[in-house]
Design a protein around this ligand. Structure first.
Ligand SMILES: C[S@@+](CC[C@H](N)C(=O)[O-])C[C@H]1O[C@@H](n2cnc3c(N)ncnc32)[C@H](O)[C@@H]1O
Length: 226
C-alpha cells in the first residue's frame, strides 16, 4: 500500500513538473551569450522557443499586426522570419492577392517553413533562403519590410538598407521591432542588442525617417520608417 502511494505521488510529481520543465527550457526567458549561441545552433530548440505560447503575452502579435494597418494585396518581406511566427499571421491579413516573403539565412528555418506551407496548404507565403547581407528580393516588389528581433543580426546594415530602398515600392515602409538594450527578463543580454537610438541613427543616415513609433510592447521598441 505504501509502495502504491509512493508510486502515485511520484507519478503526480512527474505529470506536473515535466511539462513545466519542458516549457521553461523553451521559454523566451533572458539568456546569456553562451546559451543564446547554443540555441542558435539547434534549430528545433530555436523553433520551440520562438513558437512558445508564453511568448504571445509579451510579443502581442495580434496588436502588432493591427497597428501595421496591413491591406489586402500587400507584399510583405519578413526578414529573419524564423519559425514563421509573424509570417503565417501576416498571411491571413494580405489575402489571396497579397504575398509574404519569409526570408531567412538559416536553411533549417526554411525547411521548417516549407514543411508548414505544404502541410497547411497556405498559398500566399513564399520562402527565401537569403544571404547574410542581401535579402535576395526583386526591385520594386515590397510594400513592407518587417524585421523582428533580427536587425541586430545583420552585420552590414548600410548595404542592407541600400538594397531595401531598391526593393521597396513607392511609399513602402520598414518596421523594426527589437529588444531594448537593457537587462530584461526575456531575450539576449544587452551586449548582443542594439539601442533604439542606434537603430534610428543608422536608418536616418541611409535616408529613412522615423514615421511612427508604438510603445505598447513591454521589452521591445517598435519603429516604423519611410
Ligand atoms: C530571433 S529570430 C526571430 C525570428 C522571427 N522574426 C520572430 O520574431 O519570431 C532571428 C532569425 O533571424 C535569422 N537571421 C539571422 N541573421 C539573418 C540575416 N542576416 N538575414 C536574414 N535572417 C537572419 C535567424 O536565422 C533567425 O531565424
Amino acid at each position: 500500500m505504501t509502495n502504491v502511494r509512493g508510486s502515485m505521488k511520484f507519478f503526480v510529481f512527474i505529470m506536473i513538473w515535466l511539462p513545466a520543465l519542458a516549457l521553461a527550457q523553451n521559454s523566451p526567458a533572458s539568456r546569456n551569450k553562451e546559451e543564446i549561441n547554443k540555441i542558435h545552433q539547434d534549430a528545433q530548440t530555436y523553433i520551440s522557443m520562438l513558437e512558445n505560447p508564453q511568448r504571445d503575452a509579451e510579443q502581442k502579435p495580434e496588436e502588432v499586426i493591427k497597428s501595421l494597418n496591413i491591406k489586402k494585396g500587400d507584399f510583405i518581406a519578413d526578414i529573419g522570419a524564423g519559425s514563421g511566427y509573424f509570417a503565417f499571421r501576416f498571411a491571413r491579413h494580405v489575402g489571396a492577392s497579397g504575398r509574404i516573403y519569409a526570408v531567412d539565412i538559416n536553411p533549417d528555418m526554411i525547411l521548417h517553413l516549407n514543411r508548414h506551407i505544404r502541410d497547411t496548404g497556405i498559398n500566399n507565403v513564399a520562402t527565401v533562403l537569403s544571404e547574410a547581407n542581401d535579402p535576395l528580393l526583386s526591385a520594386n516588389s515590397i510594400n513592407l519590410f518587417f524585421v523582428c528581433n533580427t536587425w541586430h543580426h545583420i552585420s552590414d546594415q548600410s548595404r542592407y538598407l541600400t538594397l531595401m530602398r531598391k526593393i521597396l515600392k513607392p511609399g513602402g515602409r520598414i518596421v523594426i521591432v527589437d529588444y531594448k538594450k537593457e537587462e530584461l527578463p526575456v531575450g539576449p543580454p544587452p551586449d548582443m542588442k542594439m539601442a533604439r537610438e542606434e537603430v534610428i541613427n543608422g536608418m536616418q543616415a541611409a535616408g529613412f525617417r522615423l514615421s511612427r513609433e508604438h510603445s505598447f510592447l513591454p521589452y521591445q521598441y517598435f519603429l516604423e520608417f519611410r
